[in-house]
Design a protein around this ligand. Structure first.
Ligand code: MN
Length: 356
């Protein structure tokens, strides 16, 4: 059989001599023959296909160890492997993108925060079992600087709830972070809550977990941490804006254009989460993190899906706009959810921003 010299093989595959030497050493592409005297490598013509696949996988950025695995598989399994690799790259890139936007927000507001006027925060929260469920796994924390809600799942009757466990772990973080410490404080909220949920789950409650959505004020800025399908809204100048994105399977289908917003309510996977704090030890949920300015007169709402799946945004806006105090607002919102059938637990937490 006619063998190709390394030069001819390199030209045909657009791989360098050096690359071919490395692939040989790593066992990914072994030459058909190595001349014992000169050390020259020779390749068979039918090795071109594998060499070209390796070249394309390198262009994709795949590490050599992973390329070795792909090359060892038949084409159908290799295709699945490439798809899985790419999903991982995309998830990783999205997580880095979030960190980049957070840093951009943080750095571009640094000068302003030095001279920022301070504000006061007044909070209230209310959790309710609703009309259908037999227990309440929704929980809230309403403190001086910190406001949080959590929608737990997977607890057996009588057990402590992952949602309550997560929020209890946050009580020690209810202090105003110093200038420049807000980002680290947001990170701590996630790590403390996740550690508490994992410790609580141990090895026999790994199916339990919770969502977590929290706001932490520092000066006139507020940091937002979000994992799951609770939501944050802000009423600013009479307009209601939703600040979070639901981490549900259906919402990602909407984002990808596969289903319409109108189909969400009737979708069987309406409440299936793709992000949560769970008891699984290896899990590490990438939270949504944001830093926002707030102004006196702003009213923030954190609520579980027990409210936003049954009460329209317009009704939420009217209720927030017409309730005199945070206490009255959370009571009125919980009543709205129950008047709409109360099919789920519901928790609402409200913060009013005012001049000192
Ligand atoms: Mn719920």
């Amino acid at each position: 059989m006619e063998l190709l010299s390394i030069g001819a093989f390199a030209r045909a595959t657009r791989l360098s001599h050096k690359a071919l030497r490395v692939y040989d050493e790593r066992g990914i592409l072994t030459p058909a023959r190595v001349d014992p005297d000169s050390g020259y490598r020779f390749y068979r013509r039918d090795q071109l296909e594998r060499a070209r696949l390796i070249a394309w996988l390198r262009r994709l950025g795949m590490p050599l160890a992973r390329i070795a695995e792909v090359c060892a598989k038949d084409p159908r399994d290799a295709a699945d492997d490439v798809a899985a690799y790419w999903r991982g790259v995309q998830a990783d890139t999205a997580a880095r993108g979030d960190i980049a936007s957070l840093l951009i927000e943080h750095l571009s507001r640094r000068d302003e925060s030095m001279t920022a006027t301070s504000i006061t925060v007044r909070t209230a929260a209310l959790a309710d079992q609703g009309k259908v469920r037999e227990s309440n796994q929704d929980a809230a924390y309403a403190g001086e600087q910190l406001l949080a809600v959590a929608d737990g799942f997977g607890a057996n009757p009588g057990e402590r709830l992952a949602s309550a466990v997560a929020l209890e772990a946050l009580a020690s973080l209810d202090v105003e972070p110093g200038s420049g410490e807000l980002l680290d404080a947001l990170e701590s909220i996630v790590s403390e809550a996740e550690a508490a949920v994992q410790a609580h789950a141990g090895t026999d409650r790994t199916g339990s977990g919770t969502t977590l959505t929290a706001l932490l004020w520092s000066g006139n800025r507020v940091g937002l941490v979000h994992i799951g399908d609770c939501r944050v809204y802000v009423l600013h100048g009479g307009h209601l804006a939703q600040l979070t994105h639901d981490h549900t399977v259906v919402q990602s289908l909407v984002d990808e254009g596969k289903i319409s917003q109108d189909e969400v309510a009737s979708h069987p996977e309406r409440s299936t989460l793709f992000k949560a704090l769970t008891g699984a030890q290896e899990s590490s949920a990438q939270p949504e993190l944001r830093i926002l300015d707030c102004d006196p007169g702003d009213r923030f709402l954190l609520c579980s899906d027990g409210l936003h799946t049954v009460v329209e945004a317009q009704a939420i806006r009217e209720c927030l706009a017409s309730s005199p105090s945070p206490e009255q607002a959370v009571r009125a919102l919980v009543d709205l959810a129950n008047e709409a059938g109360g099919p789920d637990n519901v928790v609402c937490a409200v913060a009013d921003i005012a001049n000192p």
